[in-house]
Write a protein that binds this ligand. Sequence first.
Ligand code: PGA
Length: 275
Amino acid sequence: MDKIDIEMLVRRHLQELGVGVGSSEKKEYIVAANWKMNMTEKETRKFLTELKSTEIPENIRVMIFPPYPYLYIMKEMLRYERIAYGAQDVAKEEQGAYTGEVSAGMLGDMGCPVTLVGHSERRSYYGDTPEITAKKAKAALEHQITPMLCIGETLEEREGRRYEGVLKSQLDAVYEALGNRMGECLIAYEPVWAIGTGVIPSLEQIHETHRYIYQVLRGYGVSEEDIRILYGGSVNAGNVKDIASVKYVDGFLIGGAGLKADSFKTIIRLASEVS
Ligand code: PGA
């Protein structure tokens, strides 16, 4: 595929996600909720009903990552909404005898334009190595599904000042598999030590780390306008505005504060106010 084709493809992906196509003057942010293994069918329907009752600001792109069984409800209830949804993980294989796995093709059938890959919980509890994560990202892209690649260092790696090398090797593995399609990934920087702990890095640390990731992506040849780096880890209504004001932060991946429609809606509103 030549360069023009690839650029067209990236743009189409982002358009399908509603990213970068608003007419708003304000900076655009992706506000994404990762529900992990939480919620019931009833709670899912209630959350979506409440979310749909608010107008989503023009400069905000909302995404929800529910557990697999509830993708069906997303498909049913979000048909005409400006709210995207996706899976929390995807199989690296195409199809066949892989009990318990869900393929990218199936996610496509469920109407998912996006899937998480490499979340730190997948990496630490389920053995998702950088190479496995890369295969998952590739499988997603082969079905026109945008991978949201999660990367992040542990506290020990941060304190030992090894975090840049760790992030680079997590990114390198995916670049090796995707090559010039790397720009089709969304990136979520989630320091492991900030996930579910109530502790967030300083704004300076977020700025430096996002800038570093940005530079690595530029080094792969990803064009500036295709780079989207979300921050994740203990984001809530109290800190979202400060984090949003940091350069190179293009959105948020939210766990705990994305489980209640009220707090999620507040975060959406606050992020939309940052210019
Ligand atoms: P948290 O989770 O917001 O609860 O820290 C974020 C994530 O794991 O994506």
